[in-house]
Design a protein around this ligand. Structure first.
Ligand SMILES: NC(=O)c1ccc[n+]([C@@H]2O[C@H](COP(=O)([O-])OP(=O)(O)OC[C@H]3O[C@@H](n4cnc5c(N)ncnc54)[C@H](OP(=O)(O)O)[C@@H]3O)[C@@H](O)[C@H]2O)c1
Length: 101
């Protein structure tokens, strides 16, 4: 019998901005998601929005600070048994300070 394996799109920095919108865009194309960031509430809000688009989609929330090596390793461990189709490593921040005064 053929095994049905679920494929996931993993998006870090999904709680706002480009990551949030990318999650909605992938959901609109029928993709199961793993969404990661520090702000759990925003990820829960995104999960609800995704499930309004398509209630059959699986959305796994990962909450953690990916600037910590330990957390990044924990995140990797949490993904190990999933089939990752696409990985969008978008978490980050901009520094708008001038580089010279
Ligand atoms: N917008 C632009 O014009 C632009 C231009 C060049 C590059 N970029 C890059 O594109 C990416 C997205 O930009 P954006 O404008 O969408 O920014 P944004 O709205 O500030 O989103 C950044 C995302 O990264 C997450 N994040 C930040 N630090 C994190 C950490 N330590 N651990 C886990 N998650 C973290 C934030 O979630 P939490 O706060 O919930 O953790 C948020 O979901 C960033 O990497 C940014 O540097 C953006």
């Amino acid at each position: 019998m053929e095994e049905i394996c679920m494929k996931y799109t993993v998006i870090t920095g999904a709680s706002s901005g480009i990551g949030y919108e990318a999650a909605l865009a992938f959901a609109a194309r029928g993709k199961h998601l793993v969404i990661a960031a520090r702000r759990e509430e925003e990820l829960q809000k995104l999960k609800k929005e995704v499930q309004q688009i398509n209630e059959s989609l699986e959305v796994i929330i990962y909450t953690g600070d990916l600037s910590s090596a330990e957390e990044a390793h924990r995140f990797y461990e949490s993904l190990k048994n999933l089939e990752v189709e696409t990985f969008i490593n978008n978490a980050g921040f901009g520094n708008y300070d001038p580089i010279a005064q």
